[in-house]
Design a protein around this ligand. Structure first.
Ligand SMILES: NC(=O)C1=CN([C@@H]2O[C@H](COP(=O)(O)OP(=O)(O)OC[C@H]3O[C@@H](n4cnc5c(N)ncnc54)[C@H](O)[C@@H]3O)[C@@H](O)[C@H]2O)C=CC1
Ligand SMILES: O=C(O)[C@@H]1CCC=N1
Length: 278
């Protein structure tokens, strides 16, 4: 589906790199099919060029002329600027895919000021290792075929789920930010391991395999997480000792509330850009 298609990234930060890195390692596209642009920062573009042999656009006009798919990958606060820098080069043939947290398809359509096909995506940085959990929704002018094209792109770098746009802020707080939550817990485990005298490399190996194993169990089991952690917990044993402290400090409650903050923030990022008619 992406054969002979060129993908332009408008914004060359960590999310752009995660996506393009995944697409290239899965060989869904070859480096000549990817062109990147940034606000400034030639050093960053050169770095990506050296790392992945992708093309650096001479200008936004050059990128848009080459592109079939255009991935908006700047921060939400730069969206207005980002779109105004490519608007005049946008045609009916372009499919715009936005990965921006919070920003609605109607806002993007309005900024383009024409019947632009927009797909909103929420991937995560696990794209880089082809293990993203990506959610997609389509804007008013995007066809089912164009949604399929976006699905094909993200399916190469993980799973794809289609949602109503109203759910995208929740998705952002859950799976968009999600990898960071697990990294944070892993960091705590690494610190605890170090303080208990385990060598760093071996501890990391144990922790990462434990995480991967738990993820695999969750994927292969119909049981709720509570059944799985109860299975680990022997009465009067080590896990129970840990859980007593977790419960005493209401860690799960605080964690849940933290995720709600992420969802709220996605809504805020969107309302800062929301169009009066959306
Ligand atoms: N980092 C993550 O885990 C995820 C990020 N996202 C979304 O991806 C977007 C990018 O996030 P990051 O890559 O983390 O940010 P970042 O700050 O690493 O990268 C953003 C890039 O956009 C460039 N940029 C700004 N204005 C521009 C313009 N007018 N034209 C071209 N480039 C421009 C900046 O120079 C920068 O290189 C955000 O909107 C975020 O909500 C979505 C899912 C996950
Ligand atoms: O933190 C953020 O705003 C972005 C969106 C989801 C993950 N990272």
């Amino acid at each position: 589906m992406l054969e002979n298609k060129t993908i332009a990234f408008i914004g060359a930060g960590s999310m752009a790199e995660s996506i393009l890195g995944g697409l290239l390692s899965e060989k869904l596209v070859n480096p000549q099919q990817i062109v990147v642009t940034n606000k400034t920062n030639d050093q960053r573009l050169n770095e990506l060029n050296e790392r992945y042999s992708i093309s650096i656009a001479e200008s936004k006009e050059d990128a848009m002329k080459k592109a079939d798919l255009v991935i908006l990958a700047m921060k939400p606060k730069h969206i207005e600027d980002g779109i105004s820098s490519i608007k005049e080069y946008t045609t009916d043939n372009h499919l715009i895919i936005s990965v921006l947290a919070g920003v609605s398809t109607s806002y993007i359509e309005e900024q383009f000021g024409m019947k632009t096909a927009v797909v909103r995506a929420m991937p995560n940085t696990s794209s880089k290792v082809s293990a993203s959990a990506t959610a997609l929704c389509r804007g008013y002018y995007a066809s089912v075929h164009q949604l399929d094209t976006a699905s094909a792109l993200f399916a190469a770098i993980g799973t794809v789920s289609i949602f109503d746009e109203a759910k995208m802020d929740a998705v952002t707080g859950i799976s968009g930010s999600g990898p960071a939550y697990f990294y944070y817990f892993v960091e705590a485990m690494e610190i605890a391991a170090k303080e208990a005298g385990l060598p760093e490399t071996e501890a990391k190996e144990l922790i990462v395999q434990t995480l991967a194993g738990a993820a695999k169990r969750l994927q292969n089991s119909d049981q709720p997480p509570s059944a799985l952690y109860n299975e680990v917990m022997s009465p009067g044993g080590t896990t129970e000792a840990a859980f007593k402290t977790l419960e005493r400090h209401s860690v799960q409650e605080h964690f849940k509330n933290s995720i709600k903050e992420a969802i709220k923030r996605s809504k805020e990022l969107g309302s800062a850009t929301r169009s009066p008619i959306s």
